[in-house]
Design a binder for this molecule. Structure first.
Ligand code: F6R
Length: 609
């Protein structure tokens, strides 16, 4: 969603700020803006559309050559996509600007109060309220004014503030939305995402909720909103530049699809002890015992991560024999859920910042559950809220459509399930056998990726069709949902995913001549049932594309196209069956001429409800 970059140092800040914003483009936005102090005077430019347009505007206007500045990419929430609503938001009384990620919930009441005080608003945003409020409370000390303003605000924010009256100061603060301070050699880069910092320094600290940091050329000073001093911990960022660059690939999504074998190896590295027959999960720490005693496990997430969570549910019931359910985090948090003793809640999230998932986790903790996380971004809000967890270790995911994180989530959930199974009922021998199947997965994915050209050709035969179905059973019902979601989000083709058996209860009416129906029909407990469903579609004119197990010649007689995957045990099969579906979505979007890495309306991480 929105992105923040700020710079204070000895270098000209324009290119650092713009490069930073470009690194954040993947998160999704619709307008951008930049403010800079040049010889103590504010210069500001904003534009609707891409960062490149803002860059053009800066060139046209000229003179943006200061060494301190802030900039922002906005994903509209309060107010339409207009230049006036783009950040930074300015207050003229003190020449003060604010960029903001998050949502101010009490903005309407604050706005009325500020209007009564004579402030004139020029935008429809909630952010403008923050700039006016800081200005109203400013008495010659920007840090104090920010602290005072934030004591009045409810909601979520990451902000970066700059002011003509203190021309060598940046003040940043956070509650609920991530914000990092990169500490370089006599310079500081502030950003909402490490991707905008890593080119300049690998040393950084993440603000905690309610932290306020004052940055000047002589150093930084951290407090909370009540001015109590806080000591942040500077650590090494866990990403490198190569991971966030496109390299030889045309899109990040394709790069990340092809990175999946490597991502899975990293996810499993050092965790599968096949000699001793046990899973080693350092992130679970001392919570192993409590987890093993669980009477119920609730998986919660949104979107693709929810599909992984659903597979987790199948896995935990089937392999670890623990009663399990899954829930949309957005529903769980408001549902007044019953959380009995010995309940474990597992939040699954790539970004670790999804607002609903984070709130569901807080709710679960409040009600006494053990809160676990299966998260990719180290140090993210969800990772910091959980009692314990497993990191995906798949590297930064830049493609808006999640691919390698999904496979990493399923793999990490399998490790967690196996960890529990081994402690509850599984022998060391069986655990070793299972882990050997896991270790074989990366190579099997490589053989599927080797068929990319063929999958492209199959997909291109159907790209004119506006409706698709994705059908699967058991472990691969969530995979069907994921296949449909991938196709929708980047190709804008309407697709529905469902359990194959559900089709007869209504959706079968959709089937007409040539409708593409993708069946996940690998060998497993319900193979025969899936075959019957295939025939039902076939006999009504649907075109069946099956994802089947290598060597299954029989299925060819019933399908228009078959994509083969290597044989695999059923609980691990989603990590293979999803690969052709990701490639189909990718090639469909490219064939339709869409910008795969910037799908319309989508944001990489959804930090609002
Ligand atoms: C789809 C996609 C989204 C996310 C969802 C949750 O490709 O990426 O559906 O899975 O917004 O995001 P995280 O995993 O960051 O919590």
């Amino acid at each position: 969603m929105c992105g923040i970059v700020g710079y204070l140092g000895h270098r000209k800040s324009k290119s650092i700020l713009i490069e930073g914003l470009k690194r954040l483009e993947y998160r999704g936005y619709d307008s951008a803006g930049l403010a800079m102090l040049v010889n103590g005077k504010l210069k500001l430019a904003r534009s609707v559309g891409r960062v490149a347009m803002l860059e053009e505007r800066l060139e046209q206007e000229g003179g943006f050559d200061g060494t301190i500045g802030v900039c922002h990419t906005r994903w509209a929430t309060h107010g339409g996509v207009t230049e006036l609503n783009a950040h930074p938001h300015k207050d003229d009384r003190h020449g003060l600007v604010v960029v903001h990620n998050g949502i101010i919930e009490n903005y309407a009441a604050l706005k009325t109060y500020l209007q009564e005080k004579g402030h004139v608003f020029t935008s429809e945003t909630d952010t403008e309220v923050i700039s006016m409020l800081i200005s109203e409370l400013y008495e010659g000390d920007l840090e104090k004014a920010v602290q005072a303003a934030l004591r009045e605000v409810t909601g979520a924010y990451a902000i970066c503030v700059m002011c003509e009256k203190e021309p060598d100061t940046l003040v940043v603060a956070r509650k609920g939305s991530p914000l990092l301070v990169g500490v370089g050699n006599g310079e500081y880069v502030v950003a909402s995402d490490a991707a905008a910092i890593i080119a300049h320094t690998s040393q950084a600290f993440m603000l905690d909720d309610y932290n306020v940091v004052k940055i000047t050329p002589s150093g930084f000073h951290t407090t909370d909103i009540h001015n109590t001093v806080v000591t942040p911990k500077i650590s090494q960022l866990e990403i490198d530049l190569e991971q966030i660059e496109l390299g030889e690939y045309s899109h990040f999504m394709l790069k990340e699809i092809f990175e999946q074998p490597k991502a899975l190896r990293a996810c499993m590295s050092g965790r599968l002890d096949t000699r001793e027959g046990r899973v080693v999960l350092g992130g679970i720490g001392s919570f192993g015992k409590e987890m093993t005693k669980a009477k119920r496990v609730v998986f919660t997430a949104q979107g693709t991560a929810l599909h992984a969570a659903m597979i987790g549910r199948y896995f935990f019931e089937d392999v670890a024999k623990v009663p399990s359910t899954w829930e949309y985090a957005s529903e769980f948090r408001y549902r007044n859920p019953i959380v009995e003793e010995n309940t474990v809640v597992v939040a699954v999230s790539q970004s670790g910042e999804t607002a609903d998932t984070l709130a569901a986790l807080h709710e679960a903790k409040e009600r006494g559950a053990l809160a676990l996380g299966v998260v990719n971004v180290v140090g993210s809000s969800i990772a910091r809220t959980t009692d314990a967890g497993v990191y995906l270790r798949v590297g930064p995911e830049i493609g808006v459509a999640s691919t390698k994180a999904f496979v990493g989530q399923v793999c990490a959930l399998a490790q967690l399930g196996l960890f529990m199974a081994r402690r509850r009922l599984m022998s060391a021998y069986d655990c070793t056998k299972f882990m050997q199947h896991m270790e074989a997965l990366p190579e099997k994915i490589e053989t599927i990726l080797g068929q990319a050209d063929r999958i492209k050709k199959i997909t291109e035969r159907y790209i004119e069709r506006e409706n698709w179905l994705f059908l699967g059973r058991g472990y691969n019902y969530p995979t069907a949902l994921e296949g449909a979601l991938k196709l929708k989000e980047i190709s804008y083709i309407h697709a529905e995913g469902m359990p194959a058996a559900e089709m007869k209860h209504g959706p079968i009416a959709l089937i007409n001549e040539g409708l593409p129906a993708v069946f996940i029909a690998n060998r497993g407990k319900q193979y025969e049932k899936v075959m019957s469903n295939i025939q039902e579609v076939r006999s009504r004119g649907g075109h069946v594309i099956a994802v089947a197990t290598e060597g299954d010649q029989h299925i060819k007689n019933y399908c228009h196209d078959v994509i083969y995957i290597p044989d695999v045990i059923e609980p691990l099969s989603p990590m293979l069956t999803v690969i052709p579906l990701q490639l189909m979505a990718y090639y469909a979007a490219v064939a339709r001429g869409h910008d795969v890495d910037k799908p319309r309306n989508l944001a990489k991480s959804v930090t609002v409800e």
